[in-house]
Ligand binder design. Structure first.
Ligand SMILES: [Ca+2]
Ligand SMILES: [Ca+2]
Ligand SMILES: [Ca+2]
Ligand SMILES: [Ca+2]
Length: 147
């Protein structure tokens, strides 16, 4: 009887541990479509994108003065040799496009919005699985978001 009680207590605590482990795993989530598509509806919504991308440290790493904005200089320093590939992906005027309020800085909202619009190639406000391929490439090994 005693043993049975202990066993079930152990089982319960193992279960509790697995619940705790779940969010920790989400932190190191893979950059694959299934991991980002958390609501199960087709496509990655801007909310899902932000959640998925929020695990990436590029913005904070590049924001050298920690003011929550990226100037073009901060982008250049952060990107280094990747600047050319960055331009090729997002177009030569990406900085001005992303800087929606035109203050010569890209804040976090503008950053996510600009990225989202680029990856959503057909502009239907969803990133479908084929469109997501570029996100995975850019965040994976050798991608510029792999900081
Ligand atoms: Ca979805
Ligand atoms: Ca800054
Ligand atoms: Ca701005
Ligand atoms: Ca789309």
């Amino acid at each position: 009887m005693m043993l049975k009680k202990m066993t079930s207590a152990l089982a319960a605590s193992t279960f509790a541990l697995s619940l705790i482990a779940a969010p920790a795993m989400a932190q190191t989530m893979n950059n694959d479509y299934q991991s980002w598509d958390t609501d199960g509806t087709p496509g990655i919504s801007d909310q899902e994108f932000r959640t998925g991308f929020g695990n990436n440290e590029a913005f904070n790493t590049w924001d050298a003065d920690d003011d929550g904005n990226l100037t073009e200089d901060e982008f250049n320093t952060g990107l280094g040799d990747n600047r050319e590939r960055f331009d090729a992906r997002y177009g030569d005027s990406w900085f001005d496009d992303w800087d929606a309020d035109g203050n010569d800085m890209v804040n976090e909202d503008e950053y996510y919005g600009g990225l989202y619009d680029t990856y959503d190639a057909d502009d239907n406000n969803l990133i479908e699985e084929p469109e997501f391929g570029d996100v995975g490439d850019d965040m994976g090994d050798e991608g510029w978001f792999d900081v």
